[in-house]
Design a protein around this ligand. Sequence first.
Ligand SMILES: Cc1cc2nc3c(=O)[nH]c(=O)nc-3n(C[C@H](O)[C@H](O)[C@H](O)COP(=O)(O)O)c2cc1C
Length: 227
Amino acid sequence: MNSNTLSVTQALKQRTSIRAYQSKPVPEALVREVLDAARWSPSGGNLQPWKVIVVSGAAQQAVISKAKNYPGMFPNEDADKPVYPANLWEPYRSRRFKVGEDMYELLGVPRENKVGRLTQLARNFEFFGAPVGMFFVIDTRMGHGQWAHLGMFMQSLALAATERGLSTCFQEFWGTLRTTLKTHFALGENELIYSGMALGYADESAKVNTLRTERASVDEFTTFHFD
Ligand SMILES: Cc1cc2nc3c(=O)[nH]c(=O)nc-3n(C[C@H](O)[C@H](O)[C@H](O)COP(=O)(O)O)c2cc1C
């Protein structure tokens, strides 16, 4: 390992969701390199149940304008596969609430400022200014296992990006536009866009990027049977 290379643990800790980017472009070759590392992710039966769409430049702008020109307020094309289960229970409900409140506090957008909060939410549809956007596609005939394996691929990708000084933000929010995107990208009958991702160089001066989320301790989610 050369001294500039992050260890896996360092990359795990350094990766955070970045929601403001420099306009500095990310060369296609670098994106390919990140994907080339992530493809070594494991999957049950080695199915490799992932497909990726990468957009930059005019292709990215086309997607952004699809989202921006969507009739009405926000799209709702994820109704059959909502991001969270209904009536989220504890401790998940509080965790979700906390990350939202912490982020809006950093941005100085209080609860009452509904417009301000919706404006920030809408930044998802600009990939938060990142010069590269990605979409993760899964075949709807796949089962829960393959969804999990897609998730492993996504994390590998984020870590490989981190190793190269790039930042990311997964964006399931793009799922709200998945029917429109399916047509836009001429996806197959059974293909579904699970999540998007922003990829680029972090704007280090942006306050929103100082958000650090918490995690439960090992003992809160692990039962050890060692005797
Ligand atoms: C699959 C997935 C989808 C996500 N979708 C969004 C999203 O649409 N918009 C957003 O701002 N953050 C999104 N996030 C980021 C989470 O809020 C974030 O990972 C979590 O709060 C932990 O913070 P950290 O990534 O900074 O460690 C998503 C994360 C994952 C794993």
